[in-house]
Design a protein around this ligand. Sequence first.
Ligand code: AMP
Length: 190
Amino acid sequence: MAEAVIFLGPPGAGKGTQAKRLAADLGFRQLSTGEILRSHVARGTELGRLAKPLMDAGKLVPDEIILGIIGEELAAMPNPRVIFDGFPRTLAQAEALDRLLAERQIRLLGVLLVTAPEEELIRRLLGRAQQEGRSDDNEETIRARMVEYRQKTQPLVDYYARTGSLKEINGLGQVEEVYQAIQAALGLRA
Ligand code: AMP
């Protein structure tokens, strides 16, 4: 059956790490719009050239571009089983995703809101900057990403709370503890 999970939460909450593991365990495909965009930037595609300055400034990439990427990925899957990581990030993206899920009869298993206090998020992102060298993991860009999150993505918390699919996960613990909370929230363990 076609099924999906959404990871929602601020930058640095650990969405990517958790999404990767959940995707591997469930045999789902992880769809990270951030990773897809970074691959376009690395390959120097037209889309990458357009997205790079926005990503480096900590700004969101326009909805049409993101929806183009997601539409293409889903169209290529005969029976989508997907973990959305870092998508949707705006109300327009969430509404478009609702339509896609309905059209393709994809069941939403849950929206996992992974959160941690902002100072902890910033500490983690600055640590990641040293390890992974992502060009948007510098303090100025991190602050801008937090502002974008609060203004454009946070409203999705209410959006999904209304539909009853929201599951709040404390992202502050060890990776393993957080993963167990995710499994419990999705009813994957007793
Ligand atoms: P991430 O790897 O999810 O932190 O995303 C890195 C950057 O890619 C973000 O700061 C945005 O510039 C861009 N991005 C990724 N996903 C989206 C999205 N769903 N909507 C808009 N911009 C996005």
